[in-house]
Design a protein around this ligand. Structure first.
Ligand code: SF4
Length: 463
């Protein structure tokens, strides 16, 4: 291969498919060496053969090594799921042929550098696991570790109830005809016990954020930074604007809320979050939040599992039990959190709604600019929403659709919701009743039981 000609290495989708298919058939551990050799046949140089072996390791949730083989793996390690570093480089040597540096440019936190030969490395102290480098690299040299192996094993064992908590950004991602009902039927066919809308738990968090705002914003000097949804937004503030940490709401993300509430009701259940976000893989592992979510899949990974299991959501039965409000569903796009909290304040505490003055930013450069302004004292706004991806979660690196299309589908999905705000959503009250709150809205801030389920200690977030 001539120097400076990037190799055609974007075989990751095929590798994911082969690994998922073998895992689904229960033959992965016997066949991983065979799959590796099959795919390596296309390449003769050692560096690329090692690249292929490492892509298989990463698809199995394992770290890359210097070996061209995957035959001597610790299968037990693969069955346990990913460790602490979800983003990996399959083999930096193959990047010597790449002149683009797109990975380096794509990282908003400067975590990727390339040496004089062009080999990239990741500064783990700066990496936020957002996955932008993965999207940017057209050769598939960077990849996020998958959790196929333990998840498919769990589904095949049929030993636990397994809930799929599906992010509202799903709308349109699996085809415009794939409704929540069809997706639910497809997930049940895979072996999930039930699908829940993460948006229902966004509804709960919206109510909590409205109360947090009421508690913390008392005069024109006060402001609340919403902690909803985006772990990269929190990491950005923690790393670059630590002085603002005290203004962050202590609410957990809707993903964590879904896992905690489901497990409060069914402690033995397992919960799998499915969304467009790579960073959720590390959010689920944070010490303060660990235990709520067992596995995280991106939409791209779920599409691969569907393909491997020959399940086609578009032809499945449309059996939906809609539970989330418009407010919970539009969390998937920029401005959704602010809109939902504003609408909810209006219903819940109207006198406070008049003072509600939100601002939103998306994309890390714009989020950084907004935080710099706030730090400099430009505080005409009192509710600050940031989403690391352009367009919000519809722009997440594990998406299947362009963000603009995703936004249209999310808005339609939101408009089809039976209730506009969580306050009007009967499923919120039935969830609260199941949690033991029979007399309407419980206290959601401070030290109440409900606050404990829906809160986090932000100083526990590791750097
Ligand atoms: Fe993840 Fe992007 Fe959504 Fe943040 S905005 S939660 S990084 S998909």
């Amino acid at each position: 291969m001539p120097k400076n000609t990037p190799p055609d290495l974007n075989i990751r989708p095929r590798i994911l498919y082969q690994v998922a298919k073998a895992a689904w058939e229960g033959t992965l551990f016997e066949r991983k060496g065979e799959i590796c050799h099959l795919l390596q046949q296309e390449f003769t140089d050692k560096a690329t053969r090692r690249f292929v072996a490492n892509q298989i390791r990463i698809a199995m949730g394992l770290d890359p090594t210097d070996s061209e083989e995957v035959i001597n793996e610790y299968d037990a390690e693969a069955l346990m799921g990913i460790g602490s570093e979800p983003v990996a480089i399959a083999n930096p040597e193959v990047c010597e042929n790449c002149q683009d540096s797109t990975c380096e440019k794509a990282c908003p936190l400067g975590a990727i550098t390339r040496d004089e030969l062009g080999r990239p490395s990741i500064d783990r102290t700066k990496c936020a696991h957002d996955g932008y480098c993965i999207s940017a690299c057209k050769f598939g040299a960077l990849a996020d570790k998958s959790q196929f192996v333990p998840l498919i094993n769990l589904l095949r064992q049929n030993s636990h109830k397994v809930y799929a908590s599906v992010a509202p950004a799903f709308a349109g991602q699996f085809g415009s005809e794939v409704t929540a009902g069809k997706l639910r039927s497809a997930l049940l066919k895979l072996g999930f016990t039930e699908m829940v809308e993460t948006a229902l738990y966004a509804d709960l968090i919206t109510i909590k954020e409205a109360f947090e705002y009421d508690d913390k914003v008392k005069n024109e000097h006060d402001f609340l930074i919403t902690s909803c949804c985006c772990p990269i937004w929190i990491k950005l503030i923690e790393n670059k604007f630590p002085d603002l940490m005290g203004h962050i709401s202590p609410s957990v993300s809707p993903m964590i809320a879904s896992g905690r509430v489901i497990k409060e009701l069914e402690p033995e259940a397992k919960v799998v979050f499915i969304g467009p976000c790579v960073a959720k893989k590390s959010e689920a592992q944070l010490p303060e939040l660990k235990g709520a979510i067992d596995f995280v899949l991106t939409f791209q990974e779920l599409a691969t599992i569907f393909e491997a299991a020959a399940v086609n959501p578009s032809v499945e039965a449309d059996e939906e039990n809609p539970v989330a409000s418009w407010g919970g569903r539009v969390y998937a796009r920029t401005g959704g959190v602010s809109a939902a909290v504003g609408t909810t304040l209006d219903k819940l505490i109207p006198r406070r709604a008049q003072l509600f003055n939100p601002i939103k930013a998306d994309g890390i450069p714009d989020c950084t600019k907004l935080l710099e302004e706030i730090k400099a004292g430009k505080r005409e706004f009192n509710f600050i929403e940031g989403m690391a991806c352009k367009g919000g979660c519809v722009g997440g690196p594990g998406r299947l659709l362009p963000p603009e299309e995703g936004t249209k589908h999310v808005n339609n999905y939101g408009n089809a919701a039976p209730a506009h705000s969580p306050v009007e959503n009967p499923h919120i009250y039935s969830t609260l009743t199941k949690l033991g709150h029979y007399n309407g809205m419980p206290t959601m801030t401070g030290t109440s039981k409900m606050a404990a389920i829906l809160s986090r200690k932000l100083d526990c977030v590791p750097k």
